[in-house]
Design a protein around this ligand. Structure first.
Ligand code: BGC
Length: 467
């Protein structure tokens, strides 16, 4: 028998799991009064592929104490959540009146975050994870300049209400994934299709809002690192011999991966040519005061790569299309299993962001990475899906790639699996299951999958046997 090499992670490495409010909470006031764009969206015909809603989701709002107990059992030393902006701010501000958060929702978050801190768990808290208060969505959401001042106000109130219980702030989750789904793909509210100008306007406003929130958070909670997450997706030319596919690959990579963090790094938003020559796009580009360097750590959500193809509708369809054919094994979302992409992202692709403005090495945290299988929402207790070898393989292969990247110099300080438990996967509903913990939705029973036990062991030993 040969001895397997042990892949030891750096001392103090963060081992965590992630959730987001809308996907798990089932917040009672939000759902009964439909205070968010998303809670309303799920009631519209044809928006959610399995016709489910997030009205109950994992009932995390009522069950967080026992779910924190699960985190402890899994030996996790960190947990990522997001704040429910629509439930904290269900009503619009009134001219001349002081604005405060909804008191019950504050009590809920303080209870949950205190529970995590009592277990010695490091907390990462996201301010915007895809859902908007309905009053703000109605006023144009992220395409309206109001979004900037409202987000700044929200960040300041969040710092005052929860700052003592937060270790890392994340202002905005996956700005490009959001802009794409909401203004190009039309799958998320407000459901615009191919409206690139709206998507770019939202990006510009998100950058300004991030810069302002960064300052507000630093002022109120000095020393707490602040960043945003990027859904980092390596793009590969579908036909390696075709220069047009390579051109598409370049555009998709620049716009989806690089444009936002480059704007933050430089304090200046720039679009690639020939987009940059469009008069309307030009108006959105240029310096953003207060933005430069507002990235205390690099937060990467990594799942898969995408094969890019030229579209003959160019330049109308300047980003080409994503190939629907695959070269590697896929999960139920059609996402290829490509751990090398994580290594490449960390070792090469993020190199423009390796250093802070003062020349120090910028920390990196993997804020999401995970694998989904499809099971109907009405399945109840039983042994279905508990033996999840494919998830174990996904997890260990990505951790191996991560370990190699660290050994080759990537300054990665934590890994956060998506997700602690099965939850509401946006337009795909309750069917895709990303959880380490299985949720039987009818009874809300929680059961550890085999992967949860494997991950608990990895977190305990701070590493894994080289698979
Ligand atoms: C998002 C999550 C989502 C996950 C899987 C990320 O894009 O932050 O909300 O559930 O990926 O699709």
């Amino acid at each position: 028998m040969t001895d397997r090499r042990f892949l030891n992670f750096p001392a103090g490495f963060l081992w965590g799991a992630a959730t987001s409010h809308f996907q798990v909470e089932g917040h009672p006031e939000e759902m009964s009064a439909r205070t968010s764009d998303w809670s309303e969206w799920t009631t519209l015909d044809g928006k959610i592929s399995d016709q489910t809603t997030a009205d109950q989701a994992c009932d995390f709002y009522n069950r967080y104490a026992s779910d924190i107990e699960i985190c402890r059992k899994l030996n996790l030393n960190c947990f990522r959540i997001s704040l429910n902006w629509p439930a904290l701010c269900p009503d619009p501000p009134k001219e001349g009146e002081p604005y405060t958060f909804n008191a019950e929702t504050v009590a809920y978050y303080r209870g949950m975050l205190s529970g995590l801190k009592a277990e010695g768990i490091t907390t990462l808290v996201t301010l915007f994870h895809f859902t908007l208060p309905r009053w703000l969505a109605g006023a144009g959401g992220w395409t309206s300049p109001d979004s900037i001042k409202e987000f700044e106000r929200f960040a300041a109130l969040a710092a005052d209400a929860f700052g003592d219980l937060v270790d890392y702030w994340i202002t905005i989750n996956e700005p490009l994934a959001y802009a794409y789904q909401s203004y190009v793909n039309g799958a998320w509210p407000p459901g615009f299709r191919n409206d690139y100008l709206k998507a770019f306007q939202a990006i510009r406003n998100m950058l300004e809002a991030h810069g302002k929130a960064y300052a507000a958070l630093h002022q109120r909670t000095p020393g707490k690192p602040v960043s945003f997450t990027m859904h980092w997706r390596p793009f590969t030319a579908k036909h390696r011999w075709n220069p047009l596919d390579h051109m598409v690959r370049y555009y998709r990579d620049y716009v989806f991966n690089l444009m936002f963090p480059l704007a933050v790094q430089k304090g200046d938003l720039q679009f690639p040519y020939p987009l940059s020559s469009n008069e309307e796009v030009k108006k959105l580009s240029g310096p953003i005061p207060g933005l430069k360097g507002t990235m205390d750590y690099l937060a990467i959500n990594y799942y898969t790569r995408e094969l890019s193809e030229f579209s003959y509708k160019w330049p109308i369809d300047i980003f080409g299309v994503a190939s629907t054919e695959h070269e590697l094994e896929v999960n139920c979302m059609g996402w290829e299993h490509f751990p090398d992409g994580l290594y490449n992202t960390l070792s090469y692709d993020v190199s423009p962001f390796k250093y802070n403005l003062d020349g120090t090495l910028r920390p990196i945290i993997i804020t999401e990475n995970g694998f989904a299988t499809a099971f109907s929402h009405d399945l109840n207790e039983g042994d279905w899906s508990l033996a999840d070898d494919k998830r174990i393989n996904y997890l260990t292969s990505h951790l191996t790639a991560l370990h190699h990247a660290i050994a080759d110099g990537a300054n990665v300080q934590g890994y956060i699996y998506w997700s602690l438990m099965d939850n509401f996967e946006w337009a795909e509903g309750l069917r895709p299951r990303f959880g380490l913990i299985r949720i039987a939705y009818p009874s809300q029973e929680r059961t550890m999958r085999h992967s949860a036990m494997v991950y608990a062991d990895i977190a305990k030993r701070n590493g894994l046997d080289d698979p």
